[in-house]
Design a protein around this ligand. Structure first.
Ligand code: GLN
Length: 484
């Protein structure tokens, strides 16, 4: 059962081949067996999972089940879960029990999905390797010496290792797509505003977006259909109907125009990753797509602009962790200032501290115009580049990340090299566009991913294009040997 997709498990539940309780036990057993070696979960909610599974089975007997009823999933530990620790990968929130559910959690619960637990992540979603987590790094199921990517590294590793058939992630600069690529699974970052951010701990609010991670585009379609939708509690939530993503999956690709940005195939791209991406593009040609060249001339400015804007927003968002209201509080503060400074110094790790400092600096009087304002102007240029490209093409394709998974510890001393692993994903967040990563091959035993970028609210087209490719190929069906 553990090797089945959500679509298949859902059909099995509907046909009465197994109960949700049986299915949930299969995954809980696998988590117990494999999680110690992978560290993909921070918290396993065994009891409530079994209770949810039994409730799902009853709901099915009453004839009230939907497609996700009784299907196990995992939640990234950035989503608030009522009564369950919500750590955000940080010592700051190590003992924080959320008093309410994030909208995404509420929606998946309402659909009858069973939460197996909360997945490991880079601290406050800041990282590309899952090595900044207070709970230690996650290992990549394809090669235990390799990182799973980040920040949604726990979700990606858990799906790849068949510890859960699907999971949630969040993506501020690549954190769904890059770990999906490095772990050989499928993940989609929706258009900004498509999925509610309410109850999702904020990193950089103008960039953060939640989305699904699973083995196939079809499974992502089902999850996204449940997660998406207008939420009056999130003022940036898009008030437009959620299409039936699953219904659009089979559309033929004849005549689909796919643009290849020359800037995504230049220096810095590993040649073996480039070969896997080229082969995937050739497959799209076979499927009837027209391949065109496009240009995104301001691409090289995306990483520098992001590393002003994201830290600026994080310095403001993380000001709430002051040791007073919730989160870590130092022992015996001697006065209020000591309480603030020691609680924050003890609660935050090195990368988070670095970003708060950079962000505070970039926003300070005298530097605001030189850094923050400039970065916002670049952001507009980057969005304009995409809009010009979308006048010529329907989708844009390229590598998700310049390399396959790197070794644990390989980039931890060099933040700039680490930041460059998101060089192809970050611009998509700056523009607020949807982007999807799907597995398209291997370099040695490590997976490579293809990124597809769509225009605003073109999630249906992205999922459709990924699904057709997955019907013609089997990269998404491969399992890491030790977890097959
Ligand atoms: N790696 C990028 C960063 O560290 C993106 C992280 C994310 O998308 N949450 O900020």
């Amino acid at each position: 059962m553990h090797d089945q997709t959500i679509a298949r498990l859902s059909a099995g539940l509907a046909a009465g081949e197994f109960s949700s309780e049986e299915l949930t036990r299969v995954f809980l057993d696998r988590i117990e067996r494999f999680n110690p070696g992978l560290n993909a979960f921070i918290t396993v909610t065994e009891e409530s999972a079994l209770a949810q599974a039994r409730a799902a089975d009853q709901r099915r007997r009453r004839g009230e089940a939907g497609p996700l009823t009784g299907v196990p999933i995992a939640q990234k530990d950035i989503f608030c879960t009522d009564g369950v620790r919500t750590s955000c990968g940080s010592r700051m929130l190590d003992r924080f029990i959320a008093p309410y559910n994030a909208t995404v959690v509420e929606k998946l619960n309402a659909a009858g999905a069973v939460m197996l637990g909360k997945t490991n992540m880079d601290e406050f979603a800041m990282g590309s390797s899952n090595e900044t987590s207070f709970y230690g790094p996650v290992r990549n199921p394809w090669d235990l010496d390799a990182v799973p990517g980040g920040s949604s590294g726990g979700s990606a590793a858990a799906v790849a290792a068949r510890l859960t058939p699907g999971a949630t992630g969040t993506d501020t600069g690549g954190s769904i797509r890059q770990p999906a690529a490095l772990c050989g699974i499928t993940g989609i970052k929706p258009t900004y505003g498509r999925v509610s951010r309410w109850g999702m701990i904020a990193y950089a609010s103008s960039l953060d977006q939640g989305g699904p991670m699973a083995r196939t585009a079809e499974d992502c379609a089902w999850l996204l259909g449940t997660m998406a939708g207008f939420d009056p509690r999130d003022s940036t939530s898009a008030d437009r109907p959620v299409p039936d993503y699953a219904a659009a999956l089979d559309r033929p690709l004849e005549g689909l125009k796919i643009g290849l940005p020359e800037e995504y195939f230049g220096e810095g791209l590993d040649s073996a990753v480039a070969r896997a991406v080229d082969a995937a593009i050739a497959e799209y040609r076979t499927l009837g797509a027209k391949i065109l060249e496009v240009s995104l001339p301001n691409s090289r400015l995306a990483v520098p602009a992001y590393y002003v804007i994201a830290p600026a927003e994080c310095s403001s968002n993380l000001a709430r962790f002051d040791g007073v209201r919730y989160g870590h509080r130092c022992e015996q503060p001697k006065d209020l200032l000591d309480l603030y400074t020691r609680s924050r110094a003890e609660g935050f790790g090195a990368e988070v501290t670095r970003r708060i400092l950079v962000g505070t600096f970039a926003l300070s009087a005298g530097y605001y115009d030189a850094y923050y304002l400039k970065a916002q102007q670049i952001r507009r240029l980057i969005s304009d580049d995409f809009q010009r490209a979308f006048e010529q093409v329907d989708l844009i394709a390229g590598p998700t990340s310049p390399t396959v998974a790197f070794n644990l510890g390989e980039k931890t001393d060099d933040p700039i090299t680490m930041y460059l692993s998101d060089i192809y994903t970050i611009a998509v967040n700056l523009a607020g566009l949807p982007g999807l990563s799907l597995p398209v091959g291997f370099v040695g035993q490590r997976p490579a991913g293809l990124q597809l970028i769509g225009n605003y609210f073109a999630e249906d087209r992205l999922l459709n294009a990924a699904h057709r490719y997955q019907q013609a190929t089997d990269w998404h069906a491969r399992a890491p040997v030790a977890f097959a």
